[in-house]
Design a binder for this molecule. Sequence first.
Ligand code: CAA
Length: 286
Amino acid sequence: MSEIERVGVVGCGLMGSGIAEVSARAGLDVVVLEADQPAVDAGRARIETSLAQAVRRGKLSEDDRAATLGRIRVTWEADALGDRQLVVEAVPEIEPLKVETFRRIDKVVSDGEAVLASNTSSIPIMKLAMATQRPEQVIGVHFFNPVPVLPLVELVPSLLTSPAAAERAASFASATLGKHVIRSQDRAGFVVNALLIPYLLSSIRMLESGFATAEDIDTGMVQGCAHPMGPLALSDLIGLDTVMAVAQSMYDEFKEPLYAPPPMLLRMVDAGLLGRKSGRGFHQYG
Ligand code: CAA
C-alpha cells in the first residue's frame, strides 16, 4: 500500500484548518474543501493566521511557513478531492450534515484504498460509514483543539473498519504527523469526551445554579488543579454549539442525565453566544 502523500480535509473551520495546517507542515499535499468562495477565503485566512502565530513563537521558520502554505489548496470544487489517499471530514458536529458529507466524499474519491476519516467528537463512526459504499475504509481520526499544539489523536475503528485502513490511519497520525494515538471503541464521545463533557456540563450547571461565578469556577480548576484553563473557558474555546452537539450525541446514545445539555447552554447557543468564535460565551473576547 502506497504511503499517504495527498490528503483532503472537508471543512476549514477551527478543526479543519488545524488538520490542514499540521498535514501540510508534515510535508503532505493538502486540498481543503469548503462550501463557497467566502468560506474558502475565511478558511485560508484562518490557516495563515495560525502559521503566522507559529512563526512569531519561534515554532516555524519563515521559509517553512511559505512552503507549508504552498502545499495547501483551499477550494469549493469537490472534484479536487478525487485523487486523495486520505480525506478527513471536519464539518460542524451535525449528524445529517456529516452523513451527507460522507455520501459526497464516497462519490468523489476514486482510490479504493483511500481512508475516509471523520474528526467527529462524538457521532458513532458506523453511522457515517453506512453512508458510503465502502464502510471498511471509514474510521474516526479525532484531533484536539488547538490542533497544532495538542499531541493527541483518538483512533476509532467501527465494527466494519478493515485492519489495513486502521493501520494506515494510525501511521498517518503517528508516523507522519507525530501525534500520540489512543484507540477507542465506537461509542459516542469516545474516550476523551466521555470524560470531559460531563465535567464541562457540571461547571455550566454550577454557574446556572448561582453556586459560584464564572471567574471563580475557572480559577478554581486552574489554580487548584493545574488545568491549563478552566471548564467554562475551555467550553468557550471548543465552541458552545459543539459542546451542546457532543453532549446531545452522548445523551442520545446512553440516556444518562449527566450528558444532558443544561438549559443555560441551550439558550446561549440559541442566542448565538458560541464562545471565542462569536466573541462572547461564558467570557468576553476581543
Ligand atoms: N503552532 C505551533 N505551536 C503553537 C501554535 C501553532 N500555531 N500556537 C501556539 N503554539 C505553542 C506555543 O508556542 C506554546 O509552546 P511553548 O509552551 O513550547 O512555548 C504552546 O503552544 C502554548 O501556546 P500559548 O502560549 O499561546 O498559550 P497558552 O500557554 O496560554 O496555552 C492552550 C493555550 C494551548 C489553548 C492551553 O490553554 C490549553 O492547552 N488549553 C486546553 C485545551 C484543551 O483542553 N483542548 C481540548 C479541547 S477538547 C477537543 O478539542 C475535542 C473535542 O472533541 C471537543
